[in-house]
Ligand binder design. Structure first.
Ligand code: NI
Length: 139
């Protein structure tokens, strides 16, 4: 069976503040720069969500794109778009909303809706030049 990857892109805008309470103000500013601004600041994020699996012999598809679109609407857009991540997203009440952690959260939300047979990868761009990838791997 042929294994194919299917990607859908979703854009969202959100604000955040990166801050580690255990560190001093100076260390936080040095570590996170603009992202440590006390009142927060925003990013226009792009998430590339890729599912990989066997091409179904009957349909010729790996996964239904309309379903993937609906899943991303119900998870990424509904929960993250135009939100203050630190305040409005439960996962980030205590966890720093870095690109890494946002990618992990998107992976967690989307994975719940997918068949276990599909592999999921989330590539998250915080800026056009900076991105992270999470493939569900833990150590
Ligand atoms: Ni930032």
């Amino acid at each position: 069976m042929a294994i194919v990857s299917l990607t859908r892109v979703v854009h969202f805008s959100a604000s955040h503040r990166l801050h580690v309470r255990a560190l001093s103000g100076a260390k936080n500013r040095a570590l996170f720069g603009k992202c440590n601004n006390p009142a927060g600041h925003g990013h226009n994020y792009t998430a590339e969500v890729t599912v990989t699996g066997e091409v179904d012999a009957a349909t010729g598809m790996v996964f239904n794109l309309d379903m993937l679109k609906k899943i991303l609407n119900d998870t990424v857009l509904k929960r993250l778009d135009h939100r203050n991540l630190n305040v409005e997203v439960t996962a980030f009440r205590k966890l720093n909303p870095t690109a890494e952690n946002i990618a992990i959260e998107i992976h967690r939300m989307v994975q719940k809706h997918l068949p276990k047979t599909l592999k999921l990868e989330v590539k998250l761009f915080e800026t056009p030049n900076n991105s992270v990838v999470y493939r569900g791997e833990i150590k």
